[in-house]
Design a binder for this molecule. Structure first.
Ligand SMILES: [Zn+2]
Ligand SMILES: [Zn+2]
Ligand SMILES: [Zn+2]
Length: 325
């Protein structure tokens, strides 16, 4: 697992949950360059209380890992007239005209020089200078390298300046400054369909744990953000004990993650930053012995939904007993 920010890790699990539980079947992120704004459909930013950049990082990470498939389209438009008819054109570097031709240069024996296209069609070439017909350009003209020519100021140049032009109102945008909307659609890949049972049971266990602990007189706060330490941390739930000052966190982890050294250390950092007394981390995968020892020393308990009978209350009691009596 790469070292995500806590917000990205949180967004990632919530996105996987939404797909697995059928809350949505695809996610569309639209980026509007002119206003520098992202929009999501469905409105993930309302469901997942993390910065937008974390949602984008999570979607792109899942895309790169082959968990989601994405398709991107870019639509350029004119901010003056909202026309979508915006085309890439070449601009003359000396006068700025868009009336630019590209082709081989021909210098006729009379001395007239122009771009090949201005001599007429290949079957019927006439020198625009002396009006004489040309039968063979190679014997009657000097043929130069292909180049640009401005029809407005008649200058020749090798590198034109790319620009986007609105075909409706004529507004010109420097290349790179043209307004556009980029739409990226993410859909589940077969890998996500394979992970679905684990994701669903992760959240079933999460709901069962919350229900059980609430009955144990702990106050529950879901989708919590804690900004008390050096990092902002996100928790699927926080639990406050009524008669002691203890508080616990519950974190549902995505089953695509391996609990490697990095992940373990980042979990410990998050718990410390959030000043939590103990943490339940739900993860549908096996934890190496040494990691599990390191975590339990820090009062972080990994609960595996594959190995936990969360439909039986007494089993839940046994599961939480290392942290809550
Ligand atoms: Zn020009
Ligand atoms: Zn001529
Ligand atoms: Zn326009």
């Amino acid at each position: 697992m790469p070292s995500f920010s806590p917000g990205t890790a949180f967004a990632l699990t919530q996105i996987l949950r939404g797909f697995s539980q059928g809350s949505f079947s695809d996610v569309v992120s639209s980026y509007e360059k002119y206003t520098n704004h992202y929009f999501f459909h469905p409105a993930l930013e309302n469901e997942i209380p993390v910065p937008q950049s974390d949602i984008i990082n999570a979607l792109d990470y899942l895309d790169n890992q082959g968990v989601l498939l994405s398709e991107e389209t870019i639509t350029r438009y004119c901010i003056d007239c909202f026309s979508l008819d915006v085309e890439l054109s070449q601009k003359c570097p000396s006068c700025g005209s868009l009336d630019v031709l590209f082709g081989k240069t021909l210098t006729h024996k009379c001395g007239y020089k122009d771009i090949e296209g201005n001599f007429g069609s290949p079957e019927n070439m006439i020198c625009p200078g002396c009006k004489e017909g040309i039968y063979s350009i190679f014997s009657e003209c000097q043929v130069g390298e292909p180049t640009f020519m401005c029809r407005t100021c008649k200058s020749y140049f090798e590198v034109a300046t790319p620009a986007y032009v609105c075909k409706d109102c004529g507004r010109i945008y420097k290349a790179g400054e043209e307004p556009y909307v980029r739409i990226k659609k993410y859909e589940p890949a077969p890998l996500l369909i394979a992970l679905k049972p684990d994701i669903i049971s992760t959240f079933k266990l999460y709901e069962a744990l919350c229900g059980y602990l609430e009955k144990k007189d702990l106050q529950l706060r879901k989708n919590a953000i804690l900004d008390e330490g050096e990092i902002i941390t996100y928790w699927n739930a926080l639990l406050y004990a009524q008669n002691s000052k203890e508080r616990f966190g519950i974190l549902a982890l995505a089953p695509i993650e391996k609990l490697d050294f990095e992940t373990v250390e980042s979990l410990i950092r998050s718990k410390k930053a959030a000043k939590l007394d103990a943490v339940f981390a739900i993860l549908a995968s096996n934890v190496p012995q040494d990691q599990s020892k390191r975590l339990s020393d820090e009062r972080i308990l990994i609960v595996n939904p594959r190995l936990t009978r969360f439909d039986i209350e007494s089993e839940l009691g046994k599961t939480v007993s290392p942290l809550i009596k």
